[in-house]
Ligand binder design. Structure first.
Ligand code: UDP
Length: 436
């Protein structure tokens, strides 16, 4: 594999991720799996010898322009719009400025990037434009597709008009699109008409050093949970689409139908202290738990950073995540890496990462009765939980590490770098139109 150019410098990759920076704190509204992906893949590519710059939008006036983030990885804050936190769905009008700032940085920096790697549809547009202008190979990963979001969220989808048209353009313009799981590849090919030869399947992963099993009692001590009850844990953003309400409803059924003593532990939200004002979904869940008579069984933790999350996963006997839909879903993998069985909805990436009946159980989304039955099955069977938890950790170690993701991503870059530019570019150039 070629890791340096003729002048013996490392190959340079520009990761473009307008709203999701590795520097952001995770767990709040617009900071989740994409931030983790950008952080982990850039670090692991750097370990393979690449020099990676992650370009993101400046949302803090006091942050330096360039942050030395990890060996071989810099984070570059580009000015585009007000230097403050904004919802990602408000960023689209700022993308021409973001593209301009990125181009200016490249000119000032002087040295050429060998590969552009876009993240999310808006950065895809930026990457498609610059790839054409500068004749640099481009790889893109969407992290979520507009058509799927539209299908599931309908009126509640706040994506800007034109998202889907831009996604179609990006798919045509870039050299390769990374799908994180087979269902995303199907979306790209079936819903968007992507050329299957252009779609590379590279599943995302989990940091298996960070997410590791702890004995249950020790984990509970560490997080201050003094309970010998069974614990059902959810970790993730507190958004309607994650359908934590489904878990609260299932817990109410379980409380009514069984003698099981259990606590539901909910980690996530905008703030470290659970706050229904800052995180309206927490307010909705509190009201629902009270209405269903299980308020005292549901504990809200607030958001926590990744370095302590293994304590929360390991404090659980079962991990649950039942979103309406899920492009990939890192949290099921994190629960598995912590050696816990996971109950997940049978949607998107979860059907690929979770081995049903082996590392946990798949249930249909939006069906509290089905979730309650799955919970009952696992909570009543210590041996089954133990066996599944062990199988879960093994599966993650075997199939879902970031080192492997980086190797596959590097191999993909290499394919593009090794192919003659004319052959590569000819297909794409005609397809790019400036949609602004
Ligand atoms: N997360 C976190 N702290 C929290 C809640 C979530 O660090 O309080 C992380 C979680 O560990 C996971 C990511 O946010 O790595 C969520 O990614 P996932 O793919 O599960 O869902 P997304 O948020 O991207 O929809």
């Amino acid at each position: 594999m070629r890791l340096a150019t003729a002048v013996e410098r490392p190959l340079r990759v520009a990761f473009v991720s307008e709203h999701a920076s590795p520097v952001a704190l995770l767990g709040s509204q617009d900071a989740g799996g994409q931030n983790v992906y950008v952080d982990e893949v850039s670090r692991h590519l750097a370990r393979l010898g690449y020099a990676v710059d992650v370009f993101t939008r400046r949302d803090d006036p006091s942050a330096p322009e360039v942050i030395e983030w990890a060996p071989g990885v810099r984070v570059v804050n580009l000015s585009a719009g007000p230097p403050e936190l904004m919802l990602k769905d408000q960023l689209w009008p700022l993308m021409p400025a973001f593209r301009g700032a990125l181009h200016d940085f490249m000119l000032r920096d002087g040295d050429r990037y060998d590969v552009l790697h876009g993240n999310f549809w808006m950065s895809g547009w930026v990457v498609a434009q610059l790839a054409r202008q500068l004749a640099i190979p481009a790889v893109h990963i969407f992290h979520a597709m507009g058509k799927t979001k539209q299908r599931h969220q309908g009126q509640a989808d706040t994506s800007p008009d034109g998202r889907i048209a831009v996604e179609l353009e990006v798919i045509r313009a870039v050299d390769r699109v990374i799908a994180q799981c087979p269902s995303e590849r199907n979306e790209l090919v079936d819903d968007y008409g992507a050329d299957p030869g252009k779609v590379a399947l590279i599943p995302s992963a989990v940091n298996i050093q960070r997410f590791r099993p702890l004995p249950r009692d020790e984990a509970r001590r560490r997080i201050g949970l003094e309970s010998d009850e069974l614990v059902i844990a959810y970790v993730g953003r507190m958004m309607p689409r994650k359908d934590v309400r489904n878990l609260v409803r299932a817990a109410a059924l379980l409380a009514r139908q069984t003698e099981l003593r259990f606590t539901v532990l909910l980690v996530g939200g905008e703030t470290a202290e659970p706050d229904p004002i800052a995180t309206p979904e927490i307010g909705v869940l509190q009201a629902l738990a009270a209405e269903l008579g299980i308020a005292e069984r549901v504990r809200f933790v607030g958001k926590r950073q990744p370095d302590v999350l293994h304590e929360y996963y390991s404090a659980g006997d079962v991990i649950v995540t039942t979103p309406w839909y899920e492009p990939f879903g890192l949290t099921p993998l994190e629960g598995m890496a912590c050696g816990r069985p996971v109950i997940g909805s049978a949607v998107g990436g979860i059907t690929y990462t979770l081995a049903d009946g082996v590392t946990g159980l798949l249930v249909p989304p939006r069906e509290p009765h089905a979730l309650a039955a799955a919970l009952q099955k696992l909570l009543m069977d210590d041996t089954l939980r133990e066996t599944m938890g062990r199988a879960a950790r093994e599966r993650v170690e075997r199939k879902f590490t970031w080192a492997t993701v980086a190797e596959r991503t590097a191999a993909l870059y290499q394919t593009l770098l090794d192919s003659p530019p004319q052959a590569r570019v000819a297909d794409n150039v005609a397809a790019v139109v400036d949609t602004r």
